[in-house]
Design a protein around this ligand. Sequence first.
Ligand code: F6R
Length: 631
Amino acid sequence: MTHGRRPPGRTLHPMCGIVGYVGGQSALDVVLAGLRRLEYRGYDSAGVAVLADGGLAAAKKAGKLANLEKELAGRPLPSGATGIGHTRWATHGGPTDANAHPHLDNPGRVAVVHNGIIENFAALRAELAERGHALESETDTEVVAHLLSEVFSSCGDLAESMRQVCRRLEGAFTLVAVHADEPDVVVGARRNSPLVVGVGDGENFLASDVAAFIAHTREAIELGQDQVVELRRDRVTVTGFDGTPADDAVRAYHVDWDASAAEKGGYDYFMLKEIAEQPRAVADTLLGRIDAAGSLTLDEVRIPASVLREVDKVVIVACGTAYHAGMIAKYAIEHWTRIPCETELASEFRYRDPILDQRTLVIAISQSGETMDTLMALRHAREQGANVLAICNTNGSTIPRESDAVLYTHAGPEVAVASTKAFLTQLVACYLVALYLGQVRGTKWGDEVGSVVRELSEIAGEVEEVLETMEPVRELARSLADKNTVLFLGRHVGYPVALEGALKLKELAYMHAEGFAAGELKHGPIALIEDDLPVVVVVPSPRGRSVLHDKIVSNIQEIRARGARTIVIAERGDEAVRPYADHLIEVPPTPVLLQPLVATVPLQVFACELATARGNEVDQPRNLAKSVTVE
Ligand code: F6R
């Protein structure tokens, strides 16, 4: 049990996993199992609190959840049926035991877990100190524990206390709290950060993500902005921060995947499982979106055709891997629709005062649907009058909720921090949107759409084929484990693929990896080439746009002449490239625009295997978290 002094300094908790439970089972067991599912959100420290025997007991520990579990094995908490838990991703303030959540008030009757930033915490803290509260640290969360304690002592109702406290908070936050004087209640609050209710039979759950309670129930309620929820065994009551009852039925939904989808299913890592699931994920994302005549039926894209016909610019905003999907989408959208399209890092977008109006279609791509940079970009776009279409993998998350329309990718839950299947399905969704725009605007006629769609519907099988031939890639990766640098080159859609290959290697293998447009090589990066430097080159099909192909074959010769070890990803049967490839990775023939769907897969496998060979943690790389809910 810990509630010791914390080191001075501001401690913020912007992304993190939160679980709350009230019901008939051991709250500690349910909460710990939930935290295990949420560890992808952060794994710097973890903590739990349970209400038992008229009091509150808490434990917290720096490091992964396993450290907390070890601590609990040595010093078990009393058994209770109401509890909360937290797994943290630290920004400011080290990942210490003391900085771990939950945070308690002085008498130790209230426990709070928190995800987000309380921006006015310094003023609140000063105010509390004036009223005689002894705050032990400068953490923002501790302020909430003290405020709740104070308000509760006058109103005796935790939900009401939470509403009153939330009205005073500035910033983005999810809060979940328990009070020893209300042993059958868990209260949650939400502004900007995610919080979902799991509705069970005689038991209810709260979590940052449905994965935490999917083993118990698939009925969920997505909390809205500025709402407080009071959870009892048999009742869920949602109100606004001002106490107005909320129409929770509107946000209730059934989760269409089950617990086994969130398990490793026999693989050593979630990432390996998720790489292997890509053929199915791609097929599921196409499912039901193409009618018998080969036309697209994207009913979800609720932006009227009349509006889409008037669109004169498309802007794609996203981060990281999703941004690479957006870069590829630009080629498809411009090619199939002839509408100018720009793809921009969401974190840069709104700060340069972009030119947007009612004729701009903004596409926000996000696996989690919670990425703060992307959310802020879409809010800015909507303020300027643009229509926003989200491409998202997480049902009911903030980005789709705040968009005009959403096209869901059906990758299923992606647990490994490094994105794989979400990326392929984002590409599929982008192609569908591009073709749909072409269909609506008449730049791409039914039969043409039909022929691309036919090729798309064969892609799942081709991804499967790539997966079946990955052993040499794994061997190659292992042989490069002691290298420091790997470069990636591509042209056209192969350029974003090169960037994605480099990103995967950085985040998983912690190696210096950089992607370049192959044509840029001679403008500087070629100086990096030295003897035996591994350079991965993504080569487009020799068919069709052979100019592109020939140019990159020349680039390969240039780097090889300077000593590079060339690792070439090329279409099966591309004999022209073979003589210049020290290692040749063949992928099935596809149309140029669709090649990223097959060319990215070996790069995912390559990075995963190199990470393993270097002894790194594949699913939870250092310093990262799955949902980046801070700017
Ligand atoms: C890399 C990776 C990240 C995410 C990025 C955006 O493997 O996973 O770069 O792609 O943080 O996340 P979402 O798609 O959730 O908005």
